[in-house]
Write a protein that binds this ligand. Structure first.
Ligand SMILES: [Zn+2]
Length: 168
């Protein structure tokens, strides 16, 4: 362990309060790469209640990113919203949880990787749709029906009709 690693080890160990008792003296019991190596997952241990365990994730912080909504209002980019919309679209589909996690990370990396400070929600929707098209057709149609805001049954039928044409 060189000096830098020792320093990081001490920082990792010292500055994370236990979420249960706010105790500062928690320790890292396990660190491993997560989300295809773009994050580090740490299992931590506190001495409270005979050893409460909790998990933290460490990620690169990209520049602050705002989304521009269709009504032109801006709000901070929310990874959880992206993740949630993908999880709703893929709910109960025969897709490996790991594959979904990887997909979510890939979309988020693509969004943040643009290096923009503002991004329209429609672009995010497009990225997710493009990706889902290859991941799972049902999830794709589900997502698209929300994203494209189908107002009538015929909009939906037309969309699915186009999908069949693309396939054949
Ligand atoms: Zn504690």
């Amino acid at each position: 362990m060189n000096f830098v690693h020792l320093f990081l080890y001490i920082v990792a160990n010292t500055f994370m309060l236990c979420p249960f008792c706010r105790e500062k003296d928690t320790s890292v019991v396990d660190s491993r790469p997560a989300e295809e190596g773009t994050a580090v997952r740490r299992r931590r241990l506190c001495t409270c209640h005979g050893g409460m365990r909790f998990t933290t994730f460490e990620r690169v912080q990209f520049q602050e990113l705002s989304v521009i909504k269709s009504n032109s209002k801006r709000e901070p980019f929310d990874r959880d919203k992206v993740s949630k919309s993908i999880r709703i679209a893929t709910r109960k589909r025969p897709i490996d949880t790991q594959a979904i996690d990887n997909f979510v990370s890939k979309i988020i990396m693509k969004i943040e990787g643009l290096g923009e400070s503002e991004i329209p929600t429609s672009t995010i929707g497009k990225f997710i749709m493009e990706g889902l098209q290859y991941l799972d057709t049902v999830a794709y149609v589900r997502y698209a029906s929300v994203y494209k805001n189908f107002k009538e049954a015929k909009d939906f039928e037309q969309f699915v009709g186009n999908l069949d044409e693309k396939k054949s």
